[in-house]
Ligand binder design. Sequence first.
Ligand SMILES: [Zn+2]
Length: 123
Amino acid sequence: MPDADAGAVPAGCLFCRIAAGDLPARVVLRTPRVLAFEDVNPQAPLHVLVVPVRHVESAAAISEGDGELLEEMLIAAREVAEASGKGGGGYRLVMNVGDDAGNTVPHLHLHVVGGRRLGWPPG
Ligand SMILES: [Zn+2]
């Protein structure tokens, strides 16, 4: 089981601390392995982050054996979008990797963004 070997958690990882309940967040969904909470700097009426409870550096750190975790994250994203009432017209799922993509927290997170017309390509 991937969760059995969580490995070293970087001290002070923001999302690990939120997942542990050490920092407040507006949590909208929680399962044993996945947490979803509102982004503190929302870019749209719906902007929620879905994160694994265990520390995973980024999408680039995903490996064989993480399939169930990713499945749970995608199902959580759908449930969050549906429950918000803001995803009916469509929504976007984004995982940023690295500085150039604007990833500011080195803990895997899936942005669930919607509730308005979204442009493409992203700016
Ligand atoms: Zn973390």
